[in-house]
Each structure stands twice: as structure tokens, then as C-alpha cells.
Design a protein around this ligand. Structure first.
Ligand code: PEP
Ligand code: MN
Length: 370
């Protein structure tokens, strides 16, 4: 995508700007600030684009819903005056048409829209043949397939690049954050969409400016390719998301505190430990296969002897014994409990299928020897 920054001291992509475009003065003040900041970095860092919402998807009706096309005109003028590209959020075909008309440089799709395949299809159709970059936030619910489907619906029609934005997931309990980061989903995203850039939106994850630094660093450490960050000239008076926006000084401090770590270099010492880890992983798989062989044998016996799959007392004692061993080895109890539950769920699935006659014979070769 355009304006990427190969510098090791900068994120590759950086979108910053207010949650909402509130007035022409606000947009000009933001553009002027970032122009000066870029100059002060001596060309080492650049913004990919200034972000500003023209249409705001609000959870409840009656609050500020954006300035629409008026805001696009402010962005067009500020872009001309300061030479920095602009990005805004679109949620339907009409928004896309307006943005193309006003020369907006990049689009993003919000978490409430990316969850809706009809809207994604409609937006995709409106982008037919366009080369404009489109960044797609994760849907509010932790559903990776829905997120990837949204990217596919855009790239099926549009000829421009697409990327993802991780803005956290709306769970019933996500404290201390507004949206739970669930970093493991970003790892899966990167595995399933290699080569697709993925940004971190620390503002919407954190929901509170005090937590933005730690979330951003976690994002860098998880190899995110850059940021979309909310920055406002006077956050406390902001018409949307006031608590999570940084002011200009806050932005400068935020940037200076980011720690960029090398993602490429390999060293002999690290490679040596990685070899040992590979060996342990091989052992882990062998052990799991042996365990599953025993689980299947037990499944056939339970069927013969008419025993229920889940024998709660037995599982409790397995759990207790393993947690006791894990404690002695200084392993995290929460982690071990989750792992054992996962292994147990698979054992139940296999034994249930044996009891329900879906698998009636033992395999010729045990899994552990296959
Ligand atoms: C926004 O970027 O201001 C926004 C509404 O974000 P999200 O779609 O992540 O809630
Ligand atoms: Mn916002």
C-alpha cells in the first residue's frame, strides 16, 4: 500500500487522527500537527494517512453521528493544503461513492459493518475496478472466518490492496480493556492470510488513554504491521470516544516510547534453542497420539461394558493429579487447566463417536505408530 515506511524505527503503517471529523478547524489543526511532526522526524517517519470518521456508527441513537459529506470536503481541503492522505470509514455503497467523489485516499470498514456479509458485498460491488486501499476491522464477535470473509468480499471486486485492523473483541467481560485483544486470533489471521498487512488499533482495544501504550507495545511484539490510533487536538471535548483519544503531546510521547524490536535477525544461540524446541514438539505430538490410542481403546471398552463417556469423579481426579504435578514444575495453573480441558474435550468427542457407532472398529495401526 502507498506510503509505507521501511524504517526500522517506525511502524510500517501508521494511521492517526480523530475518532470523528468534527469541524474544519479540527481537521486542519490535526493535519498541520502531523505535517510538523513528520518534518521533526527528518523524513524518518510518515503517516500512511490521517484517520477521521465522517459517518459514525453509534451503539445508541441520539448521539453525534458524524458530519457526512461536509467532513469529506474538510478532508479534501486539508489534504490539498498539507499533502497528507486521508482515510475514513465506510459502511455502505453510498459512503463509498461519496469518498471516491471527494478523493479520499483510503477507506476502512468498521467492526459493526465487517460482521454483515450483505453490507460487505454491497461495499465490494461499489468498489468494482477501484484501486483504493481498504482496511477491514475485525467484527465485534471473535469470529475469524467472518473477518476473513469480509476481506474476501472486498478483494473479489476491488482491484486495490486490502488489510486487516485488529480492534479487539466485544466480550461480556473484557476488563481492563474496552475490547478484549485475544491476540491468538491475530496469530491465526496472519497464518491464514500470509502477506496481508495487519494493524493494531490500540485506541478501541484499550478504551482508555492510560492503557494505550501497553496495548501498542503488545501489538508490536505480536508482529503487527502498524497502528490505527485516535488523536484529537482536545480529547476531553471530543464528540465521540473522548476517553481513549490522545492529544498531540500524548502522541509524541506514545511514539517515543514504542520499542521496535528486530523481527528478522537469527543468532546461533537462538537457533540452537529452537532445534531443542522442535524436538520437544515432536515428543509432544507422539505423547498426544499415544494418549489418543488409549482413549480409543477405553472408548471400545466403555461401549462393551455399557459405561457412560464422562465419568466426572474420574476426570476430577485426573485434573487434580496433573495440576499437582504441574505446580511442582512451576507451570502456570490456568494454562495447564485450559490445556487439560482441551485434551479432555477431544477425548470425549472421540469416545462419543465410538459409542454412537460412528467408528465401530479399532484402527489397524495405532495413531502413535502411523
Ligand atoms: C472508529 O474507528 O472510530 C470506530 C467506530 O471503530 P470500530 O469500528 O472499531 O468500533
Ligand atoms: Mn472511535
Amino acid at each position: 500500500m502507498t506510503r509505507n515506511i521501511p524504517d526500522f524505527e517506525s511502524p510500517q503503517y501508521l494511521f492517526a487522527g480523530p475518532c470523528s471529523a468534527e469541524s474544519s478547524e479540527q481537521i486542519f489543526s490535526v493535519a498541520s500537527f502531523f505535517r510538523e511532526w513528520e518534518k521533526s522526524r527528518g523524513g524518518k517517519s510518515r503517516l500512511t494517512a490521517i484517520r477521521a470518521g465522517a459517518w459514525k456508527p453509534r451503539t445508541r441513537p441520539g448521539s453525534f453521528e458524524g458530519n457526512g459529506e461536509k467532513a469529506l470536503e474538510w478532508m479534501r481541503q486539508a489534504r490539498q493544503a498539507y499533502g497528507i492522505p486521508f482515510a475514513t470509514e465506510v459502511a455502505n455503497a453510498h459512503h463509498v461513492e461519496s469518498c471516491l467523489k471527494y478523493g479520499i485516499d483510503m477507506l476502512w470498514i468498521g467492526a459493526r459493518t465487517s460482521a454483515n456479509p450483505f453490507l460487505m458485498e454491497e461495499i465490494g460491488q461499489a468498489l468494482k475496478g477501484c484501486r483504493i486501499p481498504v482496511w477491514i476491522k475485525n467484527p465485534i464477535s471473535p469470529d475469524l472466518a467472518l473477518w476473513i470473509g469480509a476481506l474476501e468480499r472486498i478483494s473479489r471486486h476491488s482491484s486495490g490492496p486490502v488489510g486487516g485492523i485488529h480492534r479487539g473483541f466485544g466480550l461480556y467481560e473484557s476488563a481492563p480493556y474496552r475490547n478484549a485483544p485475544l491476540w491468538e486470533i491475530t496469530v491465526e489471521f496472519k497464518r491464514e492470510c500470509p502477506g496481508t498487512p495487519l494493524l493494531c488499533d490500540p485506541s478501541h482495544i484499550a478504551g482508555d488513554r492510560k492503557l494505550i501504550q501497553e496495548v501498542s507495545q503488545a501489538g508490536l511484539d505480536m508482529e503487527m504491521d502498524g497502528f490505527m490510533l485516535e488523536v484529537h487536538p482536545c480529547p476531553d471535548t471530543a464528540l465521540s470516544d473522548a476517553r481513549q483519544q490522545l492529544d498531540f503531546n500524548g502522541f509524541i510521547q506514545w511514539f517515543s516510547r514504542l520499542v521496535f524490536r528486530d523481527r528478522q535477525r537469527k543468532s546461533a544461540k537462538i537457533e540452537q534453542i529452537r532445534c531443542l524446541l522442535d524436538e520437544v514438539d515432536d515428543e509432544l505430538i507422539q505423547v498426544l497420539a499415544r494418549r489418543m490410542d488409549l482413549v480409543r481403546k477405553l472408548g471400545f471398552l466403555k461401549k462393551e461394558e455399557n459405561l457412560s463417556v464422562l465419568q466426572f469423579g474420574r476426570w476430577n481426579s485426573v485434573m487434580e493429579r496433573c495440576l499437582g504435578l504441574a505446580a511442582k514444575k512451576d507451570l502456570d495453573m490456568d494454562f495447564v487447566q485450559k490445556l487439560l480441558n482441551c485434551i479432555h474435550a477431544e477425548a470425549i468427542r472421540v469416545q462419543k463417536s465410538i459409542l454412537e457407532n460412528r467408528k465401530t472398529t479399532l484402527p489397524d495401526k495405532p495413531l502413535s505408530q502411523a
